[in-house]
Design a protein around this ligand. Sequence first.
Ligand code: F6R
Length: 642
Amino acid sequence: MFTSTIDTATEFEKRFEKINTHVFDNSANASKAVAQQIAALIKEKQSQNKTCVLGLATGSSPKSLYAELVRLHREEQLSFKNVITFNLDEYYPMKAESIHSYVRFMNEQLFDHIDILKVNIHIPDGTLAKNEIAGFCTQYEDQIEKAGGIDLQILGIGGNGHIGFNESGSLQNSKTRLVALDHSTRIAASKEFEGLKHTPRTAITLGVHKIMEAKRVILLAWGESKSAIIAKAVEEGLTNLVPASFLQEHQHVDFVLDKEAASKLTRINKPWLVEEVNWTDKLISKAVLDLAISLEKPILMLTDADYIENGMSDLLAQMGPAYDINIRIFNKLQNTITGWPGGKPGADDNKRPERALPAKKRVLIFSPHPDDDIISMGGTFKRLHEQGHEVHVAYQTSGNIAVADDEAIRFAKFITDYNEAFGISCDEAQRIYNKSFDFLKTKEIGGIDIPELRQIKGIIRRGEARATSHFVGLPDSQIHFMNLPFYETGAIEKNPLGAEDIALTIDLIEQVKPHQIYAAGDLADPHGTHKVCLDAVFEALKQIKHKDFMKDCWLWLYRGAWQEWGIDEIDMAVPMGPDQVIEKRFGIFKHQSQKDGVVFQGSDSREFWQRAEDRNRETAELYDKLGLAHYAAMEAFVKWEY
Ligand code: F6R
């Protein structure tokens, strides 16, 4: 059915799963396969002279699917003339022409580019008066029935397991209705709305009942951030706390996943519980650390019985007793800890994460946004500099869209006041201020700024990044602002990576000739700036790795603001004492525009410095709980072979 999946799991291996899952190597290939299914259905209906009723979703997940459907229409003449669509939901209240409306989303992503008849498009109406909504919802369900019911329903899934906007707590027989949005849903949406306070609180959604009545359902999920909820919906019990779990009772449902979204399914996450595995070093570490964590025991306290009772008796039989395996994993983890991220000069480096030589290394830290360096690896950054390495930092993007409007206008005013105070005549500064001020009076929330404002916002972030680097101790000559062009759309949606982005990255690497490169290794966020920035580094390295100076260059990946590496993945853990934690906090504070309620909060309401401290402390605590040394905090890195 689904071709080109990388999934070779047998029914036996999928026995923990209560829903059909299909795992693809990436979301683009997965979307293509789903588009093929949709195209086949449309054509089958065409050949029978019937209409094809599609239930459609919005959000980031179906974007690549819609792009592929548009391609099929343009290049392979797939016609949508017999297609009737019903969208799942719309924010309420919401004007159709708003940049945030799902009407606009659907037109831009799909409807404007295909030959669907406008009368066949249905999207819940966000402009109704409140007392009209109930009637509208009944009518919406009637229209679906009149059309013959939904032939194929496309779904995304919320981090809390919602389908449509049927949030946790929705009933399986819930009808189409006005709902209050969950806090986590609003936080996830807030990046489109410039912050939580502008994010709608309510929406109209198709009920679970009608979704369950669809003849076929395909749910799409991409990225690591969806992995936990996917595992819950697929493997745990049916519960209205996770509305997607209702789909366990649907007769014809498929979850189409990229490998990151699938990564917490038991067969992928803990394959030793599912089948006989080939015990590689990596798998042994993962299994043993997982065992210690789940039993809340230090590694060296695991017993034979623990292994046997937790599905690891074959490992014990092959490599036991437990004592031997424990020691092996304990030592391995112990060897990841180093206070010398650039290598310890004069020390035996056999078991250390980094080489001792050259004693003074050139280091290039790539920071996707102007604050990722200090947030994610501030302690290591400072230590590298203090230990005498030549540290360069490269800010890959301007980060300009994350500065609040009032912050920008405050700085523009500062310039005019400054000019006035010192008798500097500069009409241009006043003109820019006036223009920006006037523009902001009518700017739509989340709208694209005029170039002047973007520039001001970029300068603010640049100043903050420079302040951090100075705080660490770098001279200006080692601070690089790359302003990668892919980022400069002024909107949340960025351009794809281009040749110029790669060329700028190559130029800088060639200029610095580093022994170590640090980059934000957020591999799992298919739409995020971090992933694009990482792709720029990967592509640059691919193109120049044959060069002589690159033979000496190691690539270390740190994780961005959102999550940490799994303990089994960490190759280097740089510990910090309590004072160093405070010092790092002051480094993060230099990013004043990102404090006190940042524009793009993500799904986490803590401020960046709090997230960084919590994460670094949690990593240290984990090492402690596993029976290793107790530090205040730790920054973690993975060595990446390129
Ligand atoms: C959108 C919808 C929602 C989204 C879900 C996932 O029409 O009904 O259920 O599918 O919130 O959103 P993304 O795909 O943006 O992660």
